[in-house]
Write a protein that binds this ligand. Structure first.
Ligand SMILES: CC(=O)N[C@H]1[C@@H](OP(=O)(O)OP(=O)(O)OC[C@H]2O[C@@H](n3ccc(=O)[nH]c3=O)[C@H](O)[C@@H]2O)O[C@H](CO)[C@@H](O)[C@@H]1O
Ligand SMILES: C=C(OP(=O)(O)O)C(=O)O
Length: 418
C-alpha cells in the first residue's frame, strides 16, 4: 500500500499550484453518461478516485483518453445499465451513476458505494429522492435495482443538505418531464460546478449554491462536443494552507477561488497567520506558533468543512492553548487522533468532540493513514515534527491528492514515497 517517509523541517517556502477539484470532477465525469456525446474536460486531477471513475465508465463501454489534466470522454457506446460492482465499492462518487444511468437507460443495477470510512454514510436520501421522481428501487443480493416507472417532476425536501443526494437527484431530474424543485440542497461550490456543467450541456438548472435548486426537465438531442473546465480543489488548497500555517513558512498557493474557502482562511487568520490574496493566488505567512481557537464546528457549506477537520486538528496540535473541535457531519471522523497521539499530540475525544491541547513540538513516529484527510493530517503533523515520520497505507492519501510528493518537495519538504 506504500508509505511516505518525511523528515521534520523548520518551514515551507515556495509556490504550489492547486489542481482540479476531486469532488467536482467525479460527479461531472459521472454525468457524462446521461447524454451520448463527446466531452472535453479540463483540470481533471490525476488521482486514484478519478482513475477508478474512468475504469467504471470504460467497463460500461465508454471511451476515455486522459493526459495532462484533460479528459476526452465519449459516452455514445455505453452498453449496459449494470455498474461494475467491485469498482463501485471502491469510491463514494460511484453512487452518482445511479441517477445518471437511470436517466440515460431507464434502468440501473448498482452496489452500495465505497469511499472514506468516516461513519455510517447511508444513502436513504438519494433513494427517497429518486423514488419520489418515479423510480422503482428494490434491493436484491446486496445490489440496488432501479427502474424508471412514472417519471414526473416534483418538489423534494432533503432532511439534510447531503452533497451526494443533491447530485444524484440533479443528474436524474435533468431529463424528467416537468419541474423538479430541491429544497434544502447541499450548497457546496462543487454543486454549483455540476449545475454549470449540466447547463453547458443544454439542461436547465438554477439555484445551485442557494437553498432551492430548480430543474426544468429537458430531452437533449444535441450531439455537439461539450467542453468544460473543472473548478480548483478548495480542500487541496486548504491542506497546503494548514501545512504552511503549522510552521514558520511563507508560501504562494496558486489557481484558487478564494471565495470557496473563506471559512478556512478566516480561521487561520484568527490563529495568527497573515493571509493575502492577489488574483487567483493566496500568500500565507506564519512567523510563530499558532494561537489555539476556542471552538471550531464542522458544518455543511458555507461552514467549516468536515474535509478540513483532520488537517486543522494537526495544525492545532502544536498551537498555543486549547482548541475544541466538534465534528457534526460524520459520526466517526476522528481515526487520525490515535495516530497523532503516537506523535505526542495531546488530544482527548468525547464522542464527536475533540479537545486539543497544543504541545510545543510533535515527534516523528510510525503511523497509519486510515482515510484520505486523516492521512493528510499526518503529513502536516510530520512536517513540523522532530525527527522522521513514516506514514503507512498512503493509498488513501493518493485517492485525493495529485502529485503530493512533488508538490511538497517543491515547498522544501524532505519526503520520499516507498
Ligand atoms: C465524493 C464527495 O463529494 N464526497 C464528499 C461528500 O460526501 P457525501 O456525498 O457522502 O456526503 P453527504 O453530504 O451525503 O453526507 C453528509 C451527512 O449526511 C448523511 N447522509 C447522507 C446521505 C443520505 O442519504 N443519508 C444520510 O444520512 C451522511 O451519513 C453524513 O453524515 O460530501 C461530504 C460532506 O461535505 C464530504 O465530506 C465528502 O468529501
Ligand atoms: C470524504 C472524502 O471523500 P469521499 O466522500 O470520496 O470518501 C473526502 O474527500 O474527504
Amino acid at each position: 500500500m506504500g508509505s511516505f517517509i518525511i523528515q521534520g523541517s523548520k518551514g515551507l517556502e515556495g509556490i504550489v499550484d492547486i489542481g482540479g477539484s476531486k469532488n467536482a470532477a467525479l460527479p461531472i465525469i459521472a454525468s457524462t453518461v446521461i447524454c451520448p456525446r463527446e466531452y472535453i474536460l479540463e483540470n481533471i486531477p490525476d488521482i486514484e478516485d478519478v482513475k477508478d471513475m474512468f475504469d467504471i465508465l470504460h467497463t460500461m463501454g465508454c471511451k476515455i483518453q486522459y493526459e495532462d489534466g484533460v479528459a476526452l470522454i465519449d459516452t455514445r457506446d455505453l452498453n449496459t445499465f449494470k455498474v461494475p460492482e467491485k469498482l463501485v465499492r471502491k469510491i463514494r462518487s460511484s453512487i452518482i451513476l445511479m441517477g445518471a444511468v437511470l436517466q440515460r437507460t431507464g434502468n440501473v443495477e448498482i452496489a452500495y458505494p465505497g469511499g472514506c470510512e468516516i461513519g455510517l454514510r447511508p444513502i436513504d436520501l438519494h433513494l427517497k429522492g429518486l423514488r419520489k421522481l418515479g423510480v422503482e428501487i428494490v434491493e436484491k443480493n446486496g445490489l440496488l435495482i432501479g427502474t424508471v416507472k412514472e417519471p414526473e417532476g416534483i418538489e423534494i425536501s432533503l432532511d439534510y443538505p447531503s452533497v451526494g443526494a443533491t447530485e444524484n437527484i440533479m443528474l436524474y431530474a435533468v431529463g424528467v418531464p416537468g419541474k423538479t424543485t430541491i429544497y434544502n440542497p447541499a450548497r457546496e461550490p462543487e454543486i454549483v460546478d455540476l449545475q454549470n456543467f449540466l447547463n453547458i450541456c443544454g439542461y436547465e438548472i438554477s439555484g445551485a449554491g442557494t437553498g432551492v435548486i430548480t430543474i426544468e426537465g429537458k430531452n437533449i438531442k444535441s450531439t455537439e462536443t461539450v467542453e468544460y473546465k473543472i473548478i480548483s480543489d478548495r480542500i487541496e488548497a486548504g491542506t497546503y494552507l494548514s501545512a504552511a500555517a503549522s510552521m514558520k513558512s511563507k508560501i504562494y498557493i496558486r489557481n484558487i477561488e478564494k471565495s470557496h474557502f473563506k471559512s478556512i482562511t478566516s480561521i487561520y487568520e484568527d490563529a495568527g497567520c497573515e493571509i493575502r490574496e492577489t488574483k487567483g493566488t493566496i500568500v500565507i505567512k506564519n512567523s510563530g506558533r499558532l494561537n489555539a481557537i476556542e471552538k471550531v464546528t464542522t458544518q455543511p457549506y458555507p461552514g467549516f468543512p468536515t474535509d478540513m477537520q483532520a488537517q486543522f486538528m494537526a495544525s492545532m496540535a502544536t498551537a498555543n492553548g486549547i482548541t475544541i473541535i466538534e465534528e457534526t457531519v460524520f459520526d466517526s471522523r476522528f481515526k487520525h487522533v490515535p495516530e497523532l497521539q503516537k506523535m505526542g499530540a495531546n488530544i482527548t475525544t468525547i464522542g464527536r468532540v475533540a479537545v486539543v491541547e497544543g504541545v510545543e513540538r510533535l515527534t516523528g513516529a510510525e503511523v497509519e493513514s486510515k482515510d484520505l484527510r486523516g492521512g493528510a493530517a499526518l503529513v502536516i503533523a510530520a512536517l513540523g515534527a522532530e525527527g522522521t515520520t513514516k506514514i503507512n497505507n498512503i493509498y488513501h492519501i493518493n485517492r485525493g491528492y495529485e502529485k503530493f510528493v512533488t508538490k511538497l518537495q517543491n515547498l522544501g519538504v524532505i519526503i520520499t514515497e516507498v
